[in-house]
Ligand binder design. Structure first.
Ligand SMILES: [Zn+2]
Length: 148
């Protein structure tokens, strides 16, 4: 969490560059995003923002998230009908591990990911621009609940 202040400053700077007016509501969205490590949905962001800024509308949250996505400052993880979750801390593609019980999403550091990308390029000739790597399972907390 020590990076969340830095990330918040970064997001503010990027939006200012784009000529965006930073209303308290938009600031609150950025703050929630920078301090959330659990890849929240727009609905979750909305709820967290509303506890401090009850006047915030869903539209403000959606608009801010759309803008951040367009600026490549938020990574969207789409799950079809399961909706989308967002990482505003690391907008670059990176692997995730997802709990099929509680839907918690955690970042994952993997050795050899660079090699894998090289391998894909070598095997297909594709100039790779992105990738998505999700692992699914039951998280330790849910395992503990199940064994009770
Ligand atoms: Zn992530």
């Amino acid at each position: 969490m020590s990076d969340s202040k830095d990330r918040l400053d970064e997001l503010i700077a990027r939006l200012r560059e784009q000529g965006w007016r930073l209303t308290p509501q938009r600031m609150a969205v950025l703050q929630v995003l920078a301090s959330s490590g659990d890849h929240p949905s727009v609905e979750q962001i909305y709820e967290r923002v509303r506890s401090d800024f009850p006047m915030t509308s869903r539209a403000t949250v959606y608009k801010t998230m759309t803008l951040l996505k367009e600026m490549d400052e938020a990574l969207e993880l789409g799950f079809g009908e399961g909706g989308s979750r967002y990482d505003g801390n690391r907008p670059d593609p990176h692997p995730h591990v997802i709990c099929v019980e509680c839907r918690n999403i955690t970042d994952l550091e993997l050795d050899g990911l660079g090699k894998l990308v090289e391998q894909v390029h070598g095997a297909t000739g594709f100039q790779l621009v992105s990738h998505r790597l999700d692992f699914y399972g039951v998280c330790p907390q849910c395992q503990a609940l199940e064994s009770q």
